[in-house]
Design a protein. Structure first.
Length: 114
């Protein structure tokens, strides 16, 4: 079955960096688009970034120039490099596989605070 496991979250100071990983299994990773979403307390889940099978990327305006999405099809893994983190980036970050229906990971908490 489809499994998505996020890792790499944690507590970081403003201006710091984190790299999230999403390990995928149970489907042919290389042929599907993948995305990162986030959900802050009291807010709706929002798209952060997405990447096509060919590596074309798309970002929310709020993270452009600070976050970089990438994928390693040989390792069935997607990444989100987050730099210049701000307190408003605090959220649970979810990996999403866009198959016939979307599949979600369990999420990883990112907290940006001094």
């Amino acid at each position: 079955q489809v499994q998505l496991v996020e890792s790499g979250g944690g507590l970081v100071q403003p201006g710091g960096s984190l790299r999230l990983s999403c390990a995928a299994s149970g489907f042919t990773f290389r042929i599907y688009a993948m995305s990162w979403y986030r959900q802050a307390p009291g807010k709706e889940r929002e798209l952060v970034a997405s990447i096509t099978p060919a590596g074309r990327t798309n970002y929310a305006d709020s993270v452009k120039g600070r976050f970089t999405i990438s994928r390693d099809n040989a390792k069935n893994t997607m990444y989100l490099q987050m730099n210049s983190l701000k307190p408003e980036d605090t959220a649970v970050y979810y990996c999403c596989a866009i198959l016939k229906t979307p599949y979600w990971g369990q999420g990883t908490q990112v907290t940006v605070s001094s």
